[in-house]
Design a protein around this ligand. Structure first.
Ligand code: ATP
Ligand code: MG
Length: 398
């Protein structure tokens, strides 16, 4: 799919932007703080109806707009060319009474819910801060999986939502358990909702990580000049298929539950794990088992990059994952996602840089940003449309 036109009103520093975009490569160049990242984030917002890393909606609205109107708003629009024709996506965000935020999503002029955005605009976004995906807290990796799956699988969005709702209620009940005796049957009510939804979430995450690691390994080998072999290993919290940390042998396939285990078996295992930890959960006032505690690890040549990887190695692993995600999304939705790369060349040695540029230079639609266009080789720049952004104004150069 290709974004043919992007229109922003009051989005971050963009008071008003009307931008035609070509297929293939685009380079957005500009000094610091001129709007490069904001532009990519706006496209990501149109795909997911939230900012990357869960930044609050209120920060999307241009600060100046708040002084001009009591209820400031932002509007994001994209004209999309997909396999199945032309489409228009629109998201409006407005600050309403009592500091609440209102959001309206329209697809082809019809009001829709957030879940209806699944499969509309698919994007893969790389931000410089994504290196933390490898070494940062597990919640970053869970969010990554949730965001990737939520773009391609409406069933996943539904299960995750159901799981999180039940989890919140269950935690509230467990907090009460610290002060009063609670009836275990009350917990059961939430377990009945949490367990099937949680198993669905865990199975889909496991399958996705398996597919992603298969696709990322060859990309990573290429980026690292055949020096490293990457594995991404899913570490589910409750299910008995979780590999102990010591089993990172080469080629380990963790993408399916162990032999003969189906969803019903996993639900039984999840319930058993909950029962076993019930006393603990009541004492600590929170749910201690379930996919809200999942993790995944990045392993290169048997070494856990989260703990022992160099910054460049971590960056290469995340890039391999994101480039693999492009293929993964194409397989899942039958259309090409838009690739958004923010300052992607920083911290990479010349070899890794070159293989990255080669890999993306034939892409469907890719938008890369840079403060310094000389970081790209001339062939690459010749193939690309070049834009300059300055204080929220974008101008096409070539
Ligand atoms: N809601 C907002 N309203 C107005 N300006 C904002 C808003 N949110 C962020 N900004 C500002 O927009 C400017 C551009 O930010 P952006 O991250 O897009 O810059 P950039 O071109 O990517 O810079 P860098 O090269 O440093 O990464 C920053 O100065 C930021 O403070
Ligand atoms: Mg930036």
């Amino acid at each position: 799919m290709i974004i043919r036109h992007l229109a922003l009103t009051n989005v971050r520093l963009y008071a008003r932007l009307e931008l035609d975009l070509p297929g293939g490569l685009s380079i957005i160049q500009g000094d610091n703080a001129q709007g490069k990242t904001s532009l990519l984030e706006a496209i990501y917002y149109l795909a997911t109806s939230h900012s990357p890393h869960g930044t609050s909606d209120r920060h999307v609205i241009r600060w100046g707009a708040e002084e001009e109107a009591p209820y400031p708003y932002a509007i994001l629009k994209a004209d999309l060319q997909r396999r199945d024709g032309l489409h228009l996506l629109e998201i409006g965000i407005q600050r309403a009474e009592g500091n609440r935020m209102r959001k309206e999503i329209r697809i082809d002029h019809i009001n829709r819910r957030g879940i209806d955005l699944v499969g509309q605009l698919a994007v893969v976004l790389f931000l410089p801060g994504d290196v933390d995906l490898v070494s940062g807290a597990p919640v970053l990796r869970r969010d990554y999986l949730d965001d990737a799956l939520s773009q391609v699988d409406a069933g996943y969005v539904h299960s995750l939502d159901q799981y999180n709702r039940a989890l919140t209620q269950r935690n509230a009940l467990l907090r009460q358990a610290q002060e009063r005796r609670i009836d275990p049957d009350e917990l059961e009510v939430w377990n009945d909702q949490m367990v099937p939804a949680g198993v669905d979430v865990a199975l889909k995450r496991r399958e996705a990580v398996g597919q992603l690691t298969r696709m990322a390994a060859p990309v990573h080998r290429e980026l690292s000049g055949n020096r490293e072999y990457l594995q991404i290993v899913y570490q589910p919290n409750f299910d008995p298929a979780a590999p102990p940390a010591a089993t990172y042998q080469m080629g380990l396939d963790n993408s399916r539950p162990p032999d003969g285990m189906d969803s019903a078996d996993l639900q039984t295992a999840f319930r058993a794990a909950l029962a076993e930890r019930q006393r603990d959960e009541m004492a600590r006032g929170m749910t201690l088992v379930g996919p809200h505690r999942d993790d995944m690890r990045f392993i290169a040549n048997g070494i856990d990059l989260g703990e022992f990887g160099s910054r460049g190695q971590q960056r290469t692993a995340v890039l391999a994952l994101k480039l693999a995600e492009v293929n993964w999304m194409r397989e899942r939705i039958g259309d090409e996602p838009v690739l958004l790369l923010d300052e992607v060349l920083a911290e990479l040695d010349p070899g890794r840089r070159q293989s990255l540029l080669t890999r993306i230079s034939d892409s469907h639609q890719t938008i890369v940003t840079t403060t310094d266009i000389n970081r790209f080789d001339q062939d690459f720049v010749r193939k690309a449309a070049v834009f300059t952004v300055n204080g929220g104004i974008v101008k096409r150069e070539t």
